[in-house]
Write a protein of this length. Sequence first.
Length: 707
Amino acid sequence: MRKLLVLLVSLAFIASAVLVGTSGTVLAQTVVATVPVGDSPTAVDVNATTNRVYVTNSPDATVSVIDGATNTAVATVPVGGALWGVGVNATTNMVYVSSSNDNNVSVIDGATNAVVATVPVGTRPSGVGVSETTNMVYVTNSPDATVSVIDGATNAVVATVPVGAWPLAVGVNATTNMVYVLNNVGCNVSVIDGATNTVVATVPIDEHPFRVGVNETTNRVYVTSGDTVSVIDGATNTVVATVPVSDPGSVGVNATTNMVYVANIVDNAVSVIYDPQEPPTPTPPQPPTPTPPPTIVRQCAHASIGVTTPDTEWYIAEGATSGGYETFVLIQNPGDEAANVEVTYMTDTGAVPGPPIPPLAPDSRHTVTVGETVQTLQVSTRVTSDKPVICERATYYNNKTCATASIGVTESARNWYIAEGATAEGYETFVLIQNPGAEAANVEVTYMTDTGEVPGPPIPPIPAGSRHTVTVDETVQTIQVSTRVTSDQPVICERATYYNNKQCAHGSIGVTEPATDWFIAEGATAGGFETFVLIQNPGTETATANVTFMTDTGEVPGSPVTVGPGSRETVTVGDTVQTLQVSTRVTSDQPVICERATYYNNKTCAHASIGVTELATDWYIAEGATAGGYETFVLIQNPGDEVANVEVTFMTDTGAVPGPPIPSLASDSRHTVTVGETVQTMQVSTRVTSDKPVICERALYYGPFVQ
């Protein structure tokens, strides 16, 4: 297998703008213009005939049209929401834009810059490819595992082609009439014959493929994945070369020079691959590869610790119901009597009464849809009840692309600590502060990084019955940041962290006191999972923390961790154990705060939670769902010296259901309960009782789509 020459070209990253380079002979790689467009430009394509450039602005739901002669935006075309892909037919001067939110493709006439048709396709369309020869348009529908084929002459879908799991991008060779579809979760490329609209080959790729480029002259296909670019021979549908490239993203091909340009996402550079043309090797036709069996695609997740005691008053700091967000408040009644519940929302403009809640029957659960009452990016909640209940919150973004969740808290406080946070390398972190009191609260924020303390920004007084958001990355840019919040009035604090333009997210309440002993029930480091334990030291002395991991096969010691005063450290659990079931215990010689963050499938989804400082024999978990594409797991940690005998009861919207028999839980070990093996419902809470003190968490995944 011959080697391909790779050069590395430095390329600065500029957000919300398009960088336009020189044409013709170029003596050096330079940026000659920066063209302002809309918010978070996502995709770009060019009509070489008209010298027009089309850029999708996803949050703005617009397409910017740039005149290549003047490097100015000459038009802004409104289309659907959450724009992902764009394709241009230079022959017909038509532009095709996929809208993930609206499940359609907008057709723009390049002569008038007006939308002339809207074509319904599958669910969450993303990649767009165009054949100028046949005037066919190919659109990937990621969750459906299909490709919609649109006839450009009629603007109608003429075929729907099943492909692999989570098709993300598409490339077209108009000369051979072959279409190449990248299946991100399936780790392969489906090859579609454009004449028959059938898959004629499936090409395995080592890691999750991301973007594709096609050289119609050499019949080569270039696929970015992991840390490589795979080169596929279109004549044989086989990988003929694998080129190492750091964090490859989008790929562009110059068929005249046989140069391939690959964006390096992390390095802020472009790798240039020289792939000289060689005559194709004739081979006999290959039989079609059988379609693999169906697989579930986990799209988002959230998690939370359980609580040990029901209460009559609950506070939830986080929530959002506009801008693509949905928020739900989950209320569990584990008692023997019906509970009468009232809800009050606290926004950035003040308090709003919630909807009437029907009496909540004993051993049951109820869901409150916050968006039915308020539409805002900032909403906290107070729940009051005449009987003790348990409350949680779940928030979803962009059709459940990502999610956060947490239990509520039962008491406000003047001091809060948040161990987790990151604001660099694609992360955003927000601290949410709820003031449920009758007086304005004066609040101060201090950040604790791996290099020490950093004062937070000035916070305006937070009015009574309202909520305020602190954007952490406006002050610090780091992968490791914890937070301390102090207030002259009792408040409630939560954290929300997003990654890669909200590809995934996680969140948790803060804690009010450091401690020397912490327990974390959830964790996984195999099967595509990564787990991190975050340790915050808010004190004035260095803390030495000992970490112990508890798996389904027993205890595994970790390495000691030194955490400086006013700083934060991260423990990568996978450096010590590789397992799908791992709990953690942290003991420290100084009081600290501990959280956990878990990521799945290259950070496709994530969840997190604070640890707990006390074991208990009774645990309550308000949130859970096992139908409509949801999976829920209850994680039970036994850090004690004796075997624990555990019972589980599920509480649904129709009443209590006994859980499955749980094997005796050995000391220093962990067990997972799969809730969906017993109940199939959109509303399920859980009660765990044990004869020995244990720790309980919940993890929930959503992904209704199968291959």
